[in-house]
Design a protein around this ligand. Structure first.
Ligand SMILES: *Cc1c(COP(=O)(O)O)cnc(C)c1O
Length: 244
């Protein structure tokens, strides 16, 4: 392996050449999956999932065109956000405790991980306080995993109707983290729920965004209706530490 000495000229492209290569490959795969499975006018957004990644590396990805960032941890986000590319848009995608909503409400354009009326209620309260409307996604525990967050599939319709009563919150779609190694039926099921909820035409609830697909399964997710894929490892390489 080649060592980089401190005196060597280190342009960004040298340091982050792997990110550039990864980015090209992801874009190629997304385009391929779209060409194969989707209508030509369909748009699939690529989100860079930033947990444990240094801001300069994140900004390099942004400079390539990944203007959407996904944040998992409130603390980590707050410590990094001021260094981010000013054009970058940030979504919160991690488990969110109600007492932390106030720290992020003005810095994210969407909270993807809402799975209870309690959390939605607090987002509503903080949004009202700041004179805004907060866009959210409802997270579904599509694999029915005991350890995972997300509302049960059979309860999502009820939750969406409840949330629709909140003045300062708007449901924009659904998010899911299918269990690793999930078969196609899991992605199909998720897309089925998304389409059924769209048919339901709940007032003030729009089904615009289906956030599904990560490093290991984004092509499968695109095949089954995803229009926002959240990629960490495949873009930035292995994470520095495990998620807690
Ligand atoms: C970490 C994470 C991702 C990205 O996972 P990779 O497998 O590294 O691409 C996507 N979504 C959520 C909610 C995550 O926490």
């Amino acid at each position: 392996m080649q060592q980089v000495s401190p005196t060597q000229d280190r342009t960004q492209d040298n340091i982050f050449a792997d990110v550039l290569e990864n980015y090209k490959e992801i874009c190629y795969n997304i385009e391929n999956a779209k060409a194969k499975y989707r209508k030509s006018e369909d748009i699939v957004r690529l989100m860079a999932v930033t947990k444990t990644v240094d801001p300069d590396k994140i900004n390099y990805a942004a400079s390539l065109g990944v203007k959407l960032l996904g944040e998992n941890r409130v603390q980590e986000f707050l410590s990094k956000k001021d260094q981010y590319d000013k054009d970058a848009e940030v979504h919160f995608i991690g488990h969110l405790q109600t007492n932390k909503v106030k720290y992020i409400i003005n810095d994210v354009t969407l909270i993807q991980s809402v799975d209870s009326m309690k959390l939605a209620g607090e987002i509503n309260r903080q949004a009202a306080k700041n004179g805004k409307t907060a866009d959210i996604l409802i997270e579904i525990n599509i694999g029915d995993e005991a350890s995972k967050s997300g509302v049960a599939a059979q309860e999502v319709m009820t939750l969406a109707k409840e949330i629709s009563q909140l003045e300062n919150v708007r449901v924009k779609g659904l998010m899911a983290i299918p269990p690793i190694g999930s078969g196609e039926e899991v992605f199909e099921k998720m897309n089925g729920i998304f389409l059924r909820m769209r048919e339901e035409k709940i007032e003030r609830v729009s089904m615009d965004i289906l956030s599904m697909g990560m490093s290991g399964d984004y092509e499968l997710a695109i095949k089954h209706g995803s229009n926002l894929v959240r990629i960490g490892t495949k873009l930035f390489g292995a994470r520095k530490y495990m998620e807690g």
